[in-house]
Design a protein around this ligand. Structure first.
Ligand code: TXA
Ligand code: MG
Length: 325
């Protein structure tokens, strides 16, 4: 197949996608967070194809998607904390980094050679149906080129990979826009102390209510970090300017809240009513829409650092960081 196929996520197409996954092909599919680029997590060849398609550094491990907790138990070692969190937040936007079972059958490349594995049970009905039909764990990073803005709609995936036969994507399942809009929260439970590796769709406050205090990676030098949490990520082509209060010539504005400064070439509002859940849904799609060569840059208004605001600000800081790409 030379170009990826964008198809609606009907039962027939989900069955087709599952069959493609079982023979080692790559399929993009919706989850409630962002679209994933899936491949058989047990196949070094399929996992290698994911890294190649994304241009992803091989030291950055992938999340393994499974349909339920029972499947997680087959590939990882869960303790009481992990099971309690799984029961509370799965299916959902929480990824747990856990000790990997020796007999997990997961490709070492997917785990970047670590003795851990990141597992997640997505809630999206299309993802659930696909995982059950495929009948095997599916490695799936966000379906974007490494370092770029994550896809929250199937059309974003097609735009990212559509004209590149070399990317080797066999099918893109269109399940509509994603409901959360930000990636899952990544929590490391390898050691005795839980460490937040990536803020995401499950807010830190909710995790701490269930688990007690969580260490934040980066805040404490002794804490482990996610190998893939690069400073520059989620980046549009245009430069980003954070906490903007007034316009600079030619800039577009990504606004938040009811009051927006004047003088910008274009304004898109993440949430007029200042709702962080709505802002998360809009974030990546609006960054894409403002990423036009006729603007000089994208200015972003300040976003509060609580609830989903922590994950939104994390993505914006990385999008504004000096580029490595
Ligand atoms: O919402 C999501 O999590 C989406 C959907 C498709 O599920 N996936 C996603 O995958 O965001 P990706 O590859 O873009 O981000 C995975 C993150 C990276 O920061 C990676 O370094 C971290 O999870 N990660 C994966 N395995 C890990 C491991 N064994 N130890 C530490 N961090 C790990
Ligand atoms: Mg990603």
């Amino acid at each position: 197949m030379s170009t990826p196929l964008l198809v609606p996520a009907t039962p027939e197409n989900i069955a087709r996608a599952a069959a493609l996954l079982r023979v080692g092909r790559l399929v993009a599919f919706p989850t409630e967070t962002v679209y994933g680029l899936g491949g058989d997590a047990g196949s070094e060849r399929a996992v290698g194809a994911i890294f190649a398609a994304k241009g992803r550094p091989r030291f950055n491990p992938l999340i393994v998607h499974i349909p339920d907790l029972a499947e997680a138990e087959r590939i990882a070692r869960l303790d009481d904390r992990a099971r309690a969190l799984a029961r509370r937040f799965w299916p959902g936007a929480l990824t747990l980094v856990l000790p990997r079972r020796e007999d997990s059958g997961i490709s070492l490349l997917a785990c970047a050679g670590l003795d851990t594995v990141a597992v997640r049970v997505p809630a999206h009905p299309v993802a659930q149906a696909l995982l059950r039909a495929a009948g095997r764990p599916i490695a799936a990073p966000s379906a974007n080129r490494s370092g770029r803005v994550s896809p929250t709609a199937a059309i974003h995936v097609a735009a990212e990979f559509g004209d590149d036969a070399a990317a080797g994507i066999a099918l893109i399942l269109d399940g509509g826009p994603t409901q959360i809009g930000l990636e899952s929260t990544v929590l490391d439970l390898y050691g005795p102390q839980a460490v937040l590796l990536r803020p995401g769709g499950v807010p830190l406050e909710a995790l701490e209510a269930a688990l007690g205090p969580v260490i934040i990676a980066g805040a404490d030098d002794a804490a482990p970090r996610s190998p893939g949490q690069l400073a520059s990520h989620y980046a549009p082509s245009l430069p980003l300017r954070l906490s903007a209060a007034e316009a600079r010539p030619g800039e577009a504005l990504l606004a938040f809240g009811p009051e927006t400064p004047a003088g910008f070439a274009e304004v898109l509002n993440l949430s007029r009513r200042g709702d962080l859940v709505e802002a998360a849904v809009n974030l990546f799609a609006m960054l894409r829409r403002l990423d036009r060569p006729d603007f000089a840059g994208i200015a972003v208004m300040p976003i509060p650092e609580d609830g989903l605001g922590r994950a939104i600000n994390d993505r914006l800081r990385r999008a504004a960081a000096p580029r490595q790409h």
